[in-house]
Design a protein around this ligand. Structure first.
Ligand SMILES: [Zn+2]
Length: 255
């Protein structure tokens, strides 16, 4: 029997389906990422204030059947379409980059902790000074890594445990390596104290309290996080599959 669920949700992906419907991926507060059919969402009269667009948050009523990946969207009431993100190219681009991260890392059925992370980030992105958008993106990525238990280890050498002479970040080891333990001098990517301190502090500090780093420190931190994300994205086949699943393989629920 189908289960009926009401929850808050953000639209993170949508595809046209047939002449007037959509297949929509929602990041929900109660269930994480779900895929649903929004039947007739393009019709003038529909039950979901449709059609559904990316980045729109609202209250949804879903019908889900155990064993089926695709549920039904029964109703939706829009809370916000994040208008400030649509008026500013830099904010909109950053918001879409956050969605891509979620799509890549959260398979359907996953992403329970990612909803509040994404909701907070989108609200902050509407108001943040444009020169701090990159810092916000970095904080989001570090938060997502932490949710998955993939926080880079920056406190001590991942090979010997020493907190001293930390020199390079080695993605395959998931953290920093001291000069003594490096196999090659050019192993991994360089890391310095300011970059490590920024990355350590980001998950536990509200963004408004994080001082703007210098451009080189921000660039180095970005590079390390990209390397770390890339390593784990490649090593996570479930996540990669989730982002590229074609609509034709979905089974449609009845009723
Ligand atoms: Zn060491």
């Amino acid at each position: 029997m189908a289960e009926r669920i009401e929850t808050d949700a953000l639209v993170i992906q949508r595809f046209p389906y047939g002449e007037s419907s959509q297949v929509v991926h929602l990041l929900t507060e109660a269930l994480g990422r779900v895929a649903v059919l929004a039947r007739g969402s393009h019709r003038p009269k529909n039950s979901c204030e449709g059609p559904l667009d990316l980045l729109v948050r609202g209250r949804v009523t879903l019908s889900l059947l155990a064993g089926r990946e695709l549920g039904m969207l029964l109703a939706r009431r829009i809370a916000t379409d994040h208008p400030a993100l649509r008026r500013h190219l830099g904010r909109h681009t950053a918001a879409c980059a956050l969605l891509q991260r979620v799509l890549h890392f959260e398979p359907v059925g996953g992403g329970h902790g990612a909803y509040p992370l994404l909701e907070r980030a989108l609200l902050a992105l509407e108001q943040i000074a444009p020169e701090r958008i990159e810092l916000l993106r970095l904080k989001f990525d570090v938060g997502l890594l932490e949710l998955h238990g993939l926080r880079p280890d920056l406190d001590q050498c991942v090979r010997c445990g020493s907190p001293r002479r930390l020199a390079r970040f080695v993605t395959s080891d998931g953290g920093v390596v001291c000069t003594h333990c490096l196999v090659r001098r050019d192993e991994g990517a360089p890391v310095d104290g300011a970059t490590a301190a920024l990355l350590r502090g980001l998950p536990r500090t509200p963004l408004r309290e994080v001082a703007s780093p210098s451009p080189p420190v921000l660039a180095r931190a970005r590079r390390l996080v990209d390397l770390h994300l890339g390593w784990h994205a490649d090593a996570a086949p479930d996540a990669a599959r989730a982002s590229s699943r074609p609509t034709s393989r979905w089974r449609l629920p009845r009723g």
